[in-house]
Design a protein around this ligand. Structure first.
Ligand code: UDP
Ligand code: MG
Length: 407
């Protein structure tokens, strides 16, 4: 890699099974970039496609000097693909967009013009979105309304991938899990100035969408976890611009209250009450003990997380790395659905087996909350987790030489 090469613009495109789309998309991007007349690079991030996407990209690379291709070992999700794009991009400004031709590269010049009015992030708004109403547009309108209320960042279309960024700002924003939908809100954590412009949107012509209704659930959990971070763990920074990464991470992890101490102290009366009640009312006794265990769990998770975030070590201890890596890979998230399931079973059983029903309801709620805390802590440590593995990096500057296992 030539470290001194710094193009004006980097376009990053995450792709997963988009074999028919990548070639026409690249041609469109190239036409637009040539018309802008500044130096540019296009970075396709192949998120472990199983179709011919990578073959097509490698072939295109043979005759396209501005094209770089990153290939992941396995599918890591759109957020990870974008995070890799931000990490590898060398341009002063960055554009991200979908690889399915639904975003239109013709919008790039307007996005850059807006950025030039001294913004750090310009979001595309798919005002005339060309997707199905019930499964796409309606959930999206509701989600965006909730996100704007919860985060205080009033953007119409958080889910639109077509965005423009100042590289030095977006490179500071921690991304994890499915957080590409929270880039505007996360950017405010590092003090970014945000604008929004209406962009074009086309129906998908080739290939299929990678998301089903399951995303509604995931976005819901993300919103809750994000709110927890801002309200309990983190002090929302004033909007001073360009904090260093270290500062912004530390800032996020200063708890307003000593969450872990309060949780540990609170658990004690619940344990005592639980044991007193064992012979009086077994359901209340078990509920109290469960609550005590839950509070101790939260206390430990918070304390570990803080000790990691406040230490300068980028290397995690084996125990924490297991815990946090597992969070990033999302099994913690499955506590959410498990908690919901147990709660529903409990509610159903309250009629038939009144002794077990309430215990299940309580356990379910606690499992759910535990999962949510796990999510929150994973968020808070996001920057310390590498959530993807690069298999091949075809860098535009190395004349086709493959840099294998660069991470
Ligand atoms: N994508 C990805 N990894 C995934 C899922 C999607 O890189 O695990 C890419 C996908 O190839 C596309 C973009 O993310 O370029 C948006 O996905 P999609 O079009 O399926 O989402 P929708 O437009 O339906 O919201
Ligand atoms: Mg799409």
């Amino acid at each position: 890699m030539n470290a001194t090469y710094k193009p004006y613009l980097s376009i990053i495109v995450p792709v997963y099974n988009e074999e028919e789309n990548v070639r026409p998309l690249f041609e469109k991007i190239r036409t637009v970039c040539e018309s802008i007349g500044k130096s540019y690079e296009v970075l396709f991030v192949d998120d472990g496609s199983q179709d011919k996407t990578f073959d097509v990209l490698s072939e295109m690379r043979g005759y396209s000097p501005n094209l770089s291709v990153i290939r992941f070992q396995e599918n890591a999700g759109q957020t990870s693909a974008m995070a890799a794009g931000f990490e590898y991009a060398q341009g002063e400004f960055i554009i991200s967009m979908d690889g399915d031709l639904q975003n239109d590269p013709a919008d790039i010049p307007q996005l850059l013009e807006k950025l030039d009015e001294d913004y750090d992030l310009v979001c595309g708004w798919r005002k005339e979105r060309q997707d199905k109403f019930w499964t796409r547009r309606l959930p999206s309108v509701v989600a965006n309304w909730i996100i704007s209320k919860v985060t205080g960042v009033a953007i119409h279309d958080n889910g639109c991938s077509l965005k423009a960024y100042r590289a030095d700002v977006i490179k500071q924003v921690p991304l994890y899990g499915e957080m590409h939908r929270f880039i505007p809100a996360m950017s405010t954590v590092v003090g970014a100035r945000i604008a929004e412009i209406v962009v074009k949107h086309h129906p998908r012509q080739f290939g299929t969408s990678k998301y089903g209704l399951g995303r509604i659930w995931r976005v819901f959990l993300d919103i809750l976890a994000f709110k927890l971070i801002l309200s309990v763990f983190a002090q929302k920074p004033n909007h001073s611009r360009h904090l260093s990464t270290e500062q912004s991470l530390r800032y996020q992890m200063i708890p307003k209250y000593n969450v872990y101490r309060i949780a540990a102290y609170l658990s004690l009366p619940f344990f005592i009450l639980g044991f007193i009640l064992i012979n009086v009312d077994i359901i209340s006794a078990i509920s109290c003990i469960l609550l005590g265990i839950f509070l101790i769990g939260i206390s430990l998770m918070t304390a570990w997380s803080l000790s990691i975030a406040q230490s300068d070590a980028v290397e995690l201890s084996p125990f924490s790395s297991f815990f946090i890596y597992q969070c990033a890979r999302r099994p913690i998230r499955s506590f959410g659905p498990i908690g919901m399931f147990v709660t529903i079973v409990g509610v159903v059983l309250i009629v038939g087996l009144p002794h077990i029903g309430p215990i299940l309801v309580n356990s379910g709620i606690l499992i759910f909350c535990f999962g949510l805390f796990g999510e929150t802590i994973a968020y808070a440590n996001a920057k310390r987790v590498v959530d993807y593995r690069v298999e091949i990096f075809l860098d535009a500057k190395t004349d086709g030489k493959r840099l294998e296992n660069v991470i």
